[in-house]
Design a protein around this ligand. Structure first.
Ligand code: 5GP
Length: 191
């Protein structure tokens, strides 16, 4: 058994490609146990309740906060709430699984205090310009919105030193392999 931590938190700036990387890992590395978050956001076509997220309403989310059931939770993009259930992570760790938490930066900061022994991985873009073009690539936003997104990108990139390791998302396959290795799993075991 390798010495890698059982829980890995993956965070990074908006639009860096976290969810694409997660999807890739779900498909190719079934040995990774994903922490399924609860969210108040409505499901998108194709998403499965209990697999992608636990889709719950605001009242239920409030109730879970009151019960102190969350390891962390945050309002993301100022709209919907997302949270990691403490019981989900504890159970997976108790079963000896390698757990991956794909959460936003606010959530990662909370987990740092509450999940000792976890490793924190920052997913970074190859360059600032690359992130900017992903953020405003379609060019459909007005100048105010573009400026707001650029500010957010700078603030989020500045969080990198808070993390244990940085993975540059230059190539999805390579980035996934690096993450799998950091989790103490074999990147050659590829489905
Ligand atoms: P989406 O709605 O596109 O699935 O996710 C939006 C954002 O919410 C992503 O940045 C994702 O990392 C973040 N997110 C997903 N689950 C959680 C969670 O349990 N806690 C926190 N803090 N953020 C989450």
């Amino acid at each position: 058994m390798s010495e890698a931590p059982q829980a890995t938190v993956l965070a990074g700036p908006t639009s860096v490609g976290k969810s694409t990387l997660s999807k890739h890992i779900r498909i190719h590395y079934p040995q990774v146990h994903f922490s399924v978050s609860a969210t108040t956001r409505p499901s998108r076509p194709g998403e499965v309740d209990g697999e992608d997220y636990h889709f719950i309403d605001r009242e239920r989310f409030d109730q879970l906060i009151a019960e102190d059931a969350f390891l962390e939770w945050a309002t993301v993009h100022g709209i919907h709430r997302y949270g990691t259930l403490q019981s989900t992570v504890e159970q997976a760790v108790a079963e000896g699984k390698r757990v991956l938490l794909e959460i936003d930066l606010q959530g990662a900061r909370q987990v740092r205090d509450r999940l000792p022994g976890a490793q924190f991985v920052f997913l970074a873009p190859p360059s600032f310009d690359d992130l900017v073009s992903r953020l405003i690539g379609r060019g459909t936003e007005d100048e105010g919105e573009r400026q707001r997104r650029l500010r957010t990108a700078r603030i989020e990139l500045a969080a990198e030193p808070e993390f244990d390791v940085t993975i540059v998302n230059d190539d999805i396959d390579r980035a996934a392999r690096e993450l799998i290795s950091l989790m103490g799993l074999d990147p050659e075991t590829y489905a």
